[in-house]
Design a protein. Structure first.
Lengths: 788, 290
């Protein structure tokens, strides 16, 4: 195996010092001359007609500079889903009616945030309440309140903008159905007919908050003389935000600049465009002044996207030995007031399952339903956590029914390296069997499983798979590497640093390829004007796609340097190597030239060419536009990240409280470019998964979120974190940079069923709704006692 | 948050003068760990905020073998938690303080501020009541000492008049054969307490018979709840597991909890029973050892 000197090392983060010393700039740190502050008035009702809005008193308050309502922004639409069939439907401000508690109704800008807030109280809105519906099954019934009338096409859709010859069209949802997916292959009837044992069970996952440390914030600054809009904001890839600011505000895309800032955590929750972001741009243009809008934690809970509510009915048929022969998955997604990414999540819950088990005959049906609640989006795993909780819990139940061991049954049903999935994706790297074995051994599975109920202790297991970026519009990244006079390089790539370690790992990739130490990489990242196209950082494409582009760019420069070196040193390129800003002859290392000399020579002799490396990468090169999400056909990704997790818990039978004693994660991320960074990702997923399993739920009452703060919405804190063991289950990914692929999302979904199954192993009862709170578990224990 | 006038003070006298001047329009700020949240949520909107955090004369911890403990109202939670004096004489207070919110809150929040906020989920009040605590209340008019058990009247409400300030907490010296235990139930370690109890069991010299029992609970009633019937059941009897279980059942029946996002009323009653049973047993074992 090749010896590397920069990749594969747990090097300290390149942004570490800036963050530790408080030098790192976050959006909240951006203060511009004449800046005003925006606040949003949000609906107190889940469903109501807006009869009138009187802003006259608010406008008169000293210090108020602008008050806008839906009349000002009428017709502006945006949305994560924006296709010919489903045109964008979200709007920055409610127009004729409100559809959920927390929907923005008016916006105020004032010279300070307190005045802006006081002005909100002076806005008088007259509502005419409408019957509301909160349960998706109720919402689908005839006669239920209809949340949307016609969803009107007001502009071209993203597909058209990228050259698909299909126009979007207006349509009216029927019975509040926001979207459907139906994916099937094999013969489901035949599969069940062949099964020796069939189970049908139902599981629920609630909405949870991404809980990024930094609440969503934007500064937007429009210059009326140049017509340019400059923004600093929380994002996960600037192309998406820039595109939607351009579409909603009608500003040419090249006149919008997203500046680099650090981002205090994202986890999927900052990828899409939000009401307040469009409004910041809108007001800035109206006033010709910079506008800052910082959301409160309450707004993040009530008005920003949470994870998606899943109700999954799962029917699985197996042979006596546990071999899966058929699986029928029926998903009802409680989408909320707008569709958000409901349809995408319903599809992903299927596709992330595909690299896990060979299920042979599959039918996956999903329906997303509008309700009068806040709506959802991706959260770390996007559909996988909800699905794995259901599937891996049921595998555990099947094993109990048949007297089989879950680890053996999981291993029996896993796919194999080299398998081609029904949609055409190929598993060129596949470390999942190794991961399962590693976590089983680490938790002492054979000694502990089923043997500790007298101590109310148990162990459980879960698995998961995840894309390394996906092939949908315009999922591609480019990078530029410039050779500097002193032999260092400047790397320009667009990914933003939101904690995942992109700045560090990409610098490591470029440094390794060019034989440089990490310090020789000058990084320009996350700026839409200084960096080339970037669309990689969600669906876990950061390393595989963004990092891949960096690798290719560095490789391009490497080849150029070698070519010049070969010209000067009069040897073949293959006989040369790079190290410490020099190119040298491998056989005679003393014969060398510095990168500075190479640069000077090339500028002099080759028409001024200063040696710039370029690279680009797409998640799936074969795909031009979109694969079909609703039918699940077409290629989605070139590499799957994989993970397995086990957990050990102890339950207090008298109170229902679960104490997690240990979590083990083994992850296949292809190759650990920075093992410290991978370790951090895994610990973070262990803790997040534990929060999902035991604690977290955004709870609403009549559509109003009743725990929109960190006192009432509890997450694991330092005291609650158990022993965590992280294991390396990597299988080299031939298409990834140095063999690397996804690492940031996969493991969370494996941890949830691992804990749920461990609870069952400990006390013999199963709670079908996460989070498994003490109260739910105690009730389940009582029901069981009553049955005895 | 509404605008208010901020009035920092340096002495009790100064603070009393200001609060007697503004009465309902004023609020005492004694750390602000609860008050600032209420202000931010606009649940209260005083015109004057009288900050007594700088009144250093109210920050003290003294102990006298005869009189017992005197604790200034501005003693921080962290000071109580870390005090060697508290750790040796009233260890339950130090134990309890470790569970009060976060270190940051404990570093700034004060015991007087905590009691006066009148939040029934607070832990210090039940512990101090279990220890038979008294408080000193001062105003420009008078100075009085009342049992802490009589201080709380309803959710976020106490007997404090608008011009009064709580200045001191008093505890009698520890007695022999006494066991005091703090026990909590929360979903996460440092989370909101769904129920907590501070339970004091004092034994006769036979180390079997209960001489006195005070079982106090948080978060199960509008005020810190003293489970009187459960205590009375134990007094005068030889303690055993059956008696403890019976007392716990009684205590649970004395609660009057509400349902919220952290747990239903029914669940709280159930947990109260389990906690009281465990706490009484542990306090009994402790009392036997002293």
């Amino acid at each position: 195996m090749t010896e590397y000197s920069v990749v594969g090392k747990p090097l300290p983060r390149v942004d570490g010092i800036a963050k530790l010393t408080g030098q790192a700039k976050y959006t909240t740190d951006i203060v511009l001359p004449n800046m005003v502050y925006g606040k949003l008035l949000r609906s107190p009702l889940p469903h109501a007609k807006i009869v009138s809005i009187d802003i006259s008193k608010a406008e008169k308050l000293a210090g108020v500079e602008a008050v806008i309502t839906g009349k000002d922004t009428w017709g502006i639409r945006y949305g994560f889903v924006d296709t010919p069939t489903y045109p964008a439907e979200e709007r920055p401000l409610a127009e004729d009616k409100v559809r959920f508690v927390g929907e923005a109704v008016a916006a105020v800008a004032a010279v300070d945030p307190d005045i802006a807030e006081d002005a909100l109280d002076l806005i008088e809105v007259e509502y005419d309440p409408l019957p509301a519906v909160f349960d998706p099954e109720e919402a689908m019934k005839d006669g239920a309140p209809q949340i949307h009338g016609e969803i009107t096409r007001t502009t071209s859709c993203a597909w058209e903008d990228w050259g698909v010859a299909r126009k979007s069209h207006s349509y009216t949802p029927i019975n509040n159905v926001a979207g459907r997916v139906l994916i099937s292959y094999g013969d489901i009837e035949k599969g069940f007919a062949e099964a020796d044992h069939i189970r049908e069970d139902r599981f629920w996952s609630p909405a949870t908050s991404h809980m990024a440390m930094e609440p969503h914030t934007i500064v937007a600054s429009y210059d009326p003389f140049t017509g340019r809009l400059e923004v600093w904001l929380n994002h996960m890839a600037y192309e998406l935000k820039r595109y939607w600011l351009h579409k909603t505000l009608g500003i040419p895309i090249q006149k919008i600049r997203v500046h680099q800032t650090y981002i205090g955590g994202a986890f999927g929750g900052k990828a899409v465009i939000f009401d307040f972001e469009v409004l910041a741009g809108f007001i800035s243009r109206k006033l010709g002044k910079p506008v800052k809008i910082e959301l409160t934690r309450e707004e993040v809970f009530s008005s920003c996207r949470n994870s998606i509510r899943f109700d999954t009915t799962l029917k699985t048929g197996v042979k006596k030995d546990g071999t899966i022969v058929a699986q029928h998955v029926k998903v009802i997604v409680d989408a909320g007031a707008y569709k958000g990414s409901a349809a995408v999540a319903m599809f992903l819950s299927h596709q992330f399952s595909e690299p896990c088990f060979n299920r042979r005959n599959v039918r996956h049906e999903g329906v997303g339903v509008y309700t009068n609640k806040n709506f959802g989006f991706a959260k770390r795993g996007h559909g996988a956590p909800q699905n794995r909780f259901a599937v891996d819990s049921q595998i555990d139940m099947i094993c109990e029914d048949l007297g089989l061991d879950p680890v053996e049954v999981i291993l029996k049903n896993l796919r194999k390296k080299g398998d081609i999935l029904p949609n055409g994706d190929k598993l060129e790297s596949y470390g999942l069997p190794k991961c399962v074995q590693l976590v089983a051994d680490a938790i002492d599975w054979k000694q502990k499983r089923g043997k500790q109920r007298d101590k109310n202790r148990g162990v459980g297991i879960g698995i998961n798979g995840m894309f390394s970026g996906s092939g949908y519009w315009p999922f591609a990244c480019a990078a530029i590497v410039r050779l500097n006079h002193d032999g260092t390089i400047t790397l320009m790539e667009g990914d933003c640093e939101f904690g995942q370690g992109a700045d560090t790992t990409y610098s490591q990739i470029a440094a390794e390829e060019l034989g440089l130490p990490l310090e020789d990489v000058n990084l320009i990242s996350g700026d839409s004007e200084l960096c080339p196209m970037n669309y990689s950082n969600f669906l876990s494409g950061g390393m595989f796609v963004g990092g891949g582009a960096v690798w290719y760019a560095a490789h391009d420069l490497r080849q150029k340097i070698l070519k010049v070196g070969s010209e000067l040193l009069k040897v073949k390129m293959e006989d040369l190597d790079l190290k410490n800003r020099t190119v040298f002859i491998k056989a005679k290392p003393e014969k060398s030239l510095t990168f500075g000399e190479i640069l000077r020579y090339n500028v002099q002799k080759h028409l001024g060419d200063p040696l710039i490396g370029m690279g680009y990468k797409k998640a799936v090169p074969e795909i031009e536009f979109y694969p079909s999400l609703s039918k699940g056909t077409g290629r989605f990704t070139d590499a799957y990240g994989l993970a397995a997790a086990t957990a050990e818990v102890e339950v207090d039978r008298e109170t229902g409280r679960t104490k997690v004693l240990k979590i083990c994660i083994a992850d296949d991320c292809g190759y650990e470019i920075n093992p410290a960074s991978i370790y951090g990702q895994m610990v973070s997923q262990a803790v997040m998964g534990m929060g999902d399993a035991l604690l977290e739920e955004v709870i609403d009452e009549g559509g109003r979120v009743i725990n929109p703060n960190l006192v009432d919405y509890e997450i694991p804190r330092a005291f609650d974190v158990p022993e965590i063991v992280i294991l390396n289950g990597c299988d080299y990914e031939p298409k990834g940079p140095f063999g690397g692929k996804e690492a940031g999302e996969c493991a969370r979904a494996a941890v949830i069923p691992a804990i749920a199954n461990a609870i069952y192993d400990a006390v013999g009862v199963r709670v079908h709704r996460v989070p498994i709170t003490p109260e739910k578990l105690l009730n389940a224990l009582k029901v069981r006692e009553g049955k005895k | 948050m509404r605008d208010f006038e901020y009035l920092p003070t340096k002495t009790v006298k100064e603070a009393c003068a200001l609060i007697s001047q503004y009465k309902e329009e004023g609020k005492i700020l004694a750390g602000g760990q609860s008050l600032i949240t209420l202000l931010r949520q606009k649940l209260i909107s005083p015109s004057y905020l009288i900050d007594i955090k700088g009144v250093t004369e109210l920050d003290y911890l003294t102990f006298d073998e005869k009189k017992g403990l005197r604790m200034g109202a501005l003693t921080t939670h962290r000071a109580i938690e870390k005090s060697p004096l508290i750790q040796s004489k009233y260890p339950v207070l130090s134990e309890m303080e470790k569970s009060v919110a976060s270190v940051q809150t404990r570093n700034w929040g004060t015991i007087g501020g905590n009691l006066c906020s009148g939040d029934p989920i607070g832990d210090p009040a039940p512990s101090l009541i279990a220890l038979n605590g008294k408080i000193k209340i001062v105003s420009s008019r008078e100075e009085k000492i009342v049992p802490l058990a009589e201080f709380f009247t309803d959710y976020f409400t106490t007997i404090l008049e608008p011009d009064e300030i709580l200045t001191e907490i008093q505890l009698t010296p520890p007695v022999p054969h006494a066991g005091v235990v703090y026990m909590k139930f929360s979903t996460i370690e440092a989370g909101i307490k769904i129920v907590s109890t501070s339970t004091c069991i004092i034994l006769e010299s036979d180390k079997m018979t209960c001489r006195d029992a005070r079982i106090v609970m948080s978060a199960v009633a509008p005020v810190p709840l003293i489970a009187k019937k459960a205590g009375e059941l134990l007094i005068g009897k030889k303690i055993n597991d059956d008696l403890i279980a019976e007392a716990a059942q009684l205590a649970s029946g004395e609660t009057n909890p509400t349902s919220d996002v952290h747990g239903s009323a029914e669940f709280r009653r159930e947990i109260a029973k389990v906690l009281v049973r465990r706490a009484v047993k542990e306090a009994f074992e402790k009392a036997k050892r002293t």
